[in-house]
Design a protein around this ligand. Sequence first.
Ligand code: NAD
Length: 261
Amino acid sequence: MSLKGKTALVTGSTSGIGLGIGRALAAAGADLMLNGFGDAAQIAALRTSLEAEYDVRVAYSPADMSKPDQIAAMVAETAKTLGGPDILVNNAGIQHVANIEDFPDERWHAIIAVNLSATFFAMKAAIPGMKAKRWGRIINIASAHGLVASAQKVAYVAAKHGVLGATKVAAIELANLGITVNAICPGWVKTPLVERQLEARAAADGISPEEAGRLFLAEKQPMLQFSTPEGIGGLAVFLCSDAASTITGVPLSIDGGWVAQ
Ligand code: NAD
């Protein structure tokens, strides 16, 4: 399938799952607006290598997803430099792990802002352009934690459940305008976000990070295997295809059976 002529904006695409999705969309032919934090020289090198590898245009926005005005400016910048966005992937996310009574207020506000409110602000800014073209794909990266809970992740679980609610509302509002809105709900994926949790668990239990990884999988997933950014990228490309044009408003799990239990 070809996404030639489409532009994808993927938030949080300098690392992990977002980079996997950006790479898969570029491989399918989409021009790409990267976003996320990181070393400027490394991001510039990433842009150049993606452009060379996939023969697409790649731009970068340093917008902070906790700032609504920066989100609107990033969408406007995408339209100006690349056209679109025809495909919006709300992926940027952060995590903090603590019991509710110990959970810092500042972390609650930051996680709700980046993991939930940014999805609303980006959809709000991108929908008018998609409506004008009568084609669009919005993919919100939720989590198994959008469907079920775990202890010590109150802000993350609340935000991800909220993302699924916002996904359903947008899907209904846009149902007859050529725009689909879906959520992807990954289980464990070994990215910097999870590696930090593995290291904390390894330090707490006096075990290796590899052993912590095996424990994480065994505690949550029937399938003792991490999902990958490449696999999630493949699912995102499928959601952009004609075959997926009547899939809307659903959470698609890619979680090794986590929520089947
Ligand atoms: P990651 O830490 O590797 O990447 C996060 C990306 O978001 C980075 O590019 C980072 O720079 C960017 N980001 C963070 N805060 C930002 C901000 N304020 N503004 C702009 N960009 C910001 O994490 P990941 O595991 O790839 O997570 C990506 C998404 O997938 C998140 O929404 C996460 O909740 C979700 N997810 C991850 C897993 C997992 O196991 N890794 C599972 C389910 C869902």
